[in-house]
Design a protein around this ligand. Structure first.
Ligand SMILES: *Cc1c(COP(=O)(O)O)cnc(C)c1O
Length: 357
């Protein structure tokens, strides 16, 4: 099987082996040694001096943690959305009582930093801005550095910047400290070559100041508690030890490759995917200049439905791609993050060529 959805993603053999190991005491020295290394290595890939916490949840739990640990009900929040996951971030903030103002861009487009800055300056003051680094539903990567710069210069003090980096970090570089992001979060099953079940999240000093004021209800995702336990390399509740075994091994591999090489490899494979798709006469849904290097949204030829193509890929070739998330647009999404090679994509190109023939 060739699993080409944008998460969960395939695991390298050594990670598969790691997740099958016997359990250990999550309060014992073996766990602490593993947790210590995971924490240190995560900092490298988040480009931060801040601690990076691991939560036992999918990425959405990390999004929820970002909200409930920094905000209070009634806080004004600007939710910048370029697709399904940007909308999800807004909905979580609303569910906890934030006063959410939406700034949405059409699917396939990136967020315009000038318009975001104007919204911050004219419609504010906002306590926080919610951003998506890489919108998995459309295969669009925002220019996060430019967005952060625009937000910081649009208001003083500038609102907190909370970033959903689930399908980007660390395949698409995000310099948390350099760009002034206050919360960055990701998910183990995307670019990290690890199983689902772990969210990673980092807080800036400003985010910790906000934590002290934040009044939204929180218990399981209370980062103050996570921080207290992290001092001794533990988590407040029982963690997903198997997924952490996997993440530990994948991070070790990623450290050997190095963060720059890891990102460069995704740049190459992203470009390889786009070239292959264009050669087949298919289209790219994302706006040029904002193509994602982890997932490509492919528009189909006239008269073909996404359902029909996905079914043919799965049943005739054992290739699993993602469905369209854009209403009314017949497209498929090809994931190419983490443990992926050009050969994996060649299989997809060959299959698509045969299907369309
Ligand atoms: C996958 C994804 C999510 C949701 O993550 P889950 O792990 O399914 O909870 C949120 N945002 C983005 C950008 C994603 O790619």
């Amino acid at each position: 099987m060739n699993l080409r959805i944008p998460g969960p993603t395939p695991l390298p053999p050594e990670v598969i082996e790691a997740v099958g190991q016997q359990m250990i005491n999550h309060r014992g020295p073996e766990f602490e040694a593993m947790f210590h290394e995971i924490s240190e290595w995560l900092k490298v890939f988040f480009a931060t001096k801040n601690k990076v916490y691991v939560l036992t949840s999918s990425g959405t739990g990390g999004m929820e943690a970002a909200i409930v640990n920094t905000l209070s009900p009634g806080d004004r929040v600007l939710a910048v959305s370029i697709g399904v996951f940007g909308d999800r971030f807004a909905k979580i903030a609303e569910a906890y009582g934030a006063d959410v103002e939406r700034l949405s861009f059409p699917m396939g487009k990136a967020a315009d930093p000038a318009r975001v800055a104007a919204a911050v300056a004219e419609r504010g003051p906002f306590v926080a801005v919610l951003l998506t680094q890489n919108e998995t539903s459309t295969g669009v990567t925002n220019d996060l550095e430019a967005l952060c710069r625009a937000i910081h210069s649009a208001a003083d003090p500038s609102p907190l910047i909370l970033v959903d980096g689930i399908s980007g970090v660390p395949a698409i570089p995000l310099k948390m400290d350099e760009w002034g992001c206050d919360v960055v979060l990701s998910g183990s099953q995307k670019a990290w070559m690890a199983p689902p079940g772990v969210a990673m999240i980092a807080f800036s000093d400003r985010a910790w100041e906000a934590y002290e004021r934040a009044k939204m209800p929180r218990f399981y995702f209370d980062l103050g508690l996570a921080d207290k336990y992290a001092q001794r390399y533990q988590t407040p509740a029982t963690p997903n030890i198997a997924a952490l075994y996997g993440l530990h091994v994948s991070l070790k591999k990623m450290m050997e490759e190095g963060p720059d090489a890891f990102a460069a490899r995704h740049q190459r494979i992203g470009e390889y995917c786009r070239q292959g798709i264009l050669k087949l006469g298919l289209g790219l849904f994302a706006e040029p200049g904002h193509y994602s290097n982890t997932v490509t949204a492919v528009t189909l030829k006239e008269g073909w439905s996404a359902k029909q193509v996905l079914e043919a890929l799965r049943t005739r070739y054992g290739i699993i791609c993602g469905s369209s998330k854009a209403p009314g647009v017949e497209m498929i999404r090809i994931g190419h993050m983490g443990y992926v090679s050009e050969a994996d994509l060649d299989q997809v190109f060959t299959a698509l060529e045969e299907i369309f023939a």
